[in-house]
Write a protein that binds this ligand. Structure first.
Ligand SMILES: [Fe+2]
Length: 215
């Protein structure tokens, strides 16, 4: 039988090197970690979020320069790499720090309140992974039609059945991805896994929909 298969509509995950991971880690450990009260720290088992309801770059002045560098990187990714050339500049709508100890879990989820997500790693090791889920296999309204392919190797060399892709990261890596892409990790194996996550939105979209009335 003669046949062809083409990989179409790939989902992008970008990795950029950004300076400032060690300095931000020090700021967290010396200034934020010990003094954080319940208004700052939101604990879920072995995983704690700091400033998850605000913007950590606005709350901690020592991190402001890093916030500007990450914002610049996000704009490069969105406008230059993803080709949204006619949308407005991206800004961070919120940003927070994640501290995860051994065994901590981040269940699969996506971010519905932005268009571009980023995570900058402040502390990681060889076991630090972030897992992304193929949008085709994400839960949908058509759960009755959900089916599960065999996850083993394909005898024809195809990889369309692969449900997840995982990325290893190290301190100083920043991952960016479209916000509708589900991501997470199971049973963290990195002691003191520390990352800084943020959501980004363009000030204006290149469509009829407007974020706010034009003045
Ligand atoms: Fe997330």
């Amino acid at each position: 039988m003669e046949w062809q298969a083409a990989p179409v509509f790939a989902s992008p995950v970008f990795k950029l090197k950004i300076n400032g991971a060690a300095a931000a880690r020090d700021v967290f450990r010396t200034k934020l970690q010990e003094s954080a009260g319940d208004d700052v720290r939101d604990a879920q088992g072995a995983l704690s979020h700091y400033h998850s309801r605000t913007n950590v770059f606005e709350q901690v002045p020592e991190l402001a320069a890093l916030g500007e560098a990450l914002t610049k990187a996000g704009n490069f990714v969105y406008h230059e790499l993803m080709n949204f050339k006619h949308s407005g500049p991206l800004r961070m709508t919120n940003a927070w720090i994640n501290l995860c100890e051994i065994g901590g879990i981040q269940p699969m989820h996506n971010h519905v309140n932005c268009l571009l997500c980023g995570t900058f790693y402040l502390h990681a090791d060889a076991k630090t992974k972030l897992v992304f889920e193929h949008p085709q296999f994400a839960p949908s309204a058509h759960t009755e039609l959900y089916d599960k392919p065999d996850e083993g190797p394909n005898a024809h060399g195809l990889k369309f059945h692969q449900r997840t892709a995982q990325f290893g990261v190290e301190a100083g890596d920043c991952l960016f991805w479209p916000s509708n892409l589900r991501h997470g990790y199971s049973a963290n194996q990195t002691p003191g896994r520390l990352s800084l996550s943020f959501n980004m939105m363009p000030d204006t979209l290149n469509v009829d929909y407007r974020l706010r009335p034009e003045s």
